[in-house]
Design a protein around this ligand. Structure first.
Ligand SMILES: Cc1cc2nc3c(=O)[nH]c(=O)nc-3n(C[C@H](O)[C@H](O)[C@H](O)COP(=O)(O)OP(=O)(O)OC[C@H]3O[C@@H](n4cnc5c(N)ncnc54)[C@H](O)[C@@H]3O)c2cc1C
Length: 298
């Protein structure tokens, strides 16, 4: 491993001063569960490493009248057991509880999961279904971007020295917060993951869902996300449209599952994993529907 300078700042302002003072490649570390592997294997060779662990400003879960706000430095352990997340964003609590192992959940952060930008980032799949927005800060101020746009090509340039699989963050920027709307009275969310084992398993595929019902128990607003079926998790709007305005009968759900399967074929049709994923996605999504129906006691 190449020698590097190490900083453990206590505030975002301190980080921005380090960015300004240091001319070499800098690398942020939150839990280190992704990036330390890259540094140890010399795939990433930073001159300067900045540890985010002592920055309390980015470690919180808050709710106001409209939104739930999560600091980027919040760990999976905290998210999977937090009452606000369990009550109002069940999909995210379920996703965070399924990440890696206890040790990984104690260290790994939601911000690291988002910035790493892996195809199978569990919290990301849930956050796409929750229509999350990111707050990114630099010395010039704050900007906001939807999670979906964050992963679009053409975003800000990648920090060369870092392990970023996403184009969405610049060299002098820190992801500080992710937020989304609080669930409405009749809105429920759920997440399921398919992995090779129960623990320490990278997702083979993930499904996230958030569904709001009207007073007649018809779907008023649906968001469905797929993960590990493409470069980053994404919404499947044509499948959402199938259930929109309808009651969740067995027939409607089957139609939706078939459309989700078609989307898998359209996105990874040439890959060896497609025959397996196009079938298994139906079982995983069926479980997600079952969880939502159970929560809503329809
Ligand atoms: C054994 C093992 C099992 C795993 N299992 C899973 C799993 O089941 N599901 C899953 O989704 N992931 C899994 N992971 C991957 C990893 O734990 C997650 O991606 C985790 O969320 C990374 O967070 P971190 O805080 O450790 O990020 P780090 O490794 O510290 O950082 C990752 C990247 O994000 C950047 N970064 C971090 N925070 C910020 C910020 N606030 N602003 C800007 N850039 C930032 C870093 O510079 C780096 O490029 C696993 C990893 C291991 C080693």
């Amino acid at each position: 491993m190449k020698e590097f300078k190490y900083y453990s700042p206590k505030s975002l302002n301190e980080i921005f001063k380090i960015f300004e003072a240091e001319k070499g490649e800098t690398c942020l570390i939150a839990g280190g569960t992704d990036v330390m592997l890259e540094i140890n294997s010399k795939k990433v060779n930073p001159d300067v490493v900045i540890n985010l662990k002592s920055i309390d400003e980015i470690n919180y879960i808050k709710e106001d009248n409209e939104f739930i706000r999560i600091g980027a430095g919040t760990t999976f352990t905290k998210l999977s057991s937090d009452a606000v997340i369990l009550n109002s964003a069940r999909a995210l609590a379920q996703a965070c509880s399924k990440v890696g192992s206890t040790q990984i959940r104690n260290l790994g952060t939601i911000g690291g999961n988002i910035v790493t930008g892996s195809a199978c980032g569990d919290s990301v799949s849930a956050l796409v279904a929750l229509d999350a927005i990111l707050v990114i800060q630099s010395p010039k101020g704050k900007r906001e971007i939807t999670l979906t746009d964050f992963y679009s090509p053409g975003q800000k340039s990648v920090c060369d020295g870092c392990y970023h699989n996403t184009p969405g963050i610049g060299k002098d920027e820190v992801l500080v917060e992710v937020y989304f709307k609080k669930a409405e009275k009749n809105e429920f969310s759920a997440f399921r993951k398919l992995g090779k084992r129960k623990a320490l398993a990278k997702s083979i595929l993930t499904v996230g869902m958030s569904i709001e019902f009207d007073d007649d128990k018809k779907v008023k607003n649906a968001r469905i996300s797929l993960g590990a079926v493409g470069k980053h998790p994404y919404r499947v709007t044509s499948a959402e449209n199938i259930i929109d305005g309808k009651k969740l009968s067995d027939e409607t759900i089957e139609d939706c599952l078939n459309e989700i399967s078609n989307i898998v074929i359209a996105n990874i049709g040439s890959r060896a994993s497609c025959p397996f994923k196009k079938e298994s996605v139906k079982g995983v999504a069926r479980e997600v529907f079952a969880s939502i129906i159970e929560q809503s006691s329809l």
